[in-house]
Design a protein around this ligand. Sequence first.
Ligand code: CMP
Length: 140
Amino acid sequence: MAAGNITLTMIKPDAVRKNNIGPILGKINEAGFRIRAMKYTQLTKAQAEAFYAVHAERPFYADLVAFMTSGPIVAAILEKDNAVQEFRKLIGSTNPKDAAPGTIRQLFAEDVQNNAVHGSDSDENANIEADFHFAKTERF
Ligand code: CMP
């Protein structure tokens, strides 16, 4: 099956608090992604629990939900050929200690939880996550 052309990102509360929305969007632009949809919002507890339901059994789930609701985020749908893989390359490993030089997490993340950005891990999840954040009328 052909690789999809959208991915869903969130600039997480740690990066927003550190005034890194602009620099992170700059990296996304330089890497050739087109912004299809974008919003500045704060997740409710119910929304964060639903978004991360796949991690519900993990020991870090409660902390993750608390962190993701601790302040505003920027959610966006990004478009590029092979968007999911290309964006994962741009952001680097989940843990910034393992993230390659020049990646968004190496540059802006604090630790494995406060890791600056989210990126979808599959085309299927990119579509589910895009639908989670955006109505059809909010996409361009
Ligand atoms: P992300 O990959 O965007 O989605 C799942 C999130 O859970 C991940 O980013 C981190 O913010 C968080 N996470 C993943 N692994 C751990 C861990 N070992 N400890 C704490 N948080 C984690």
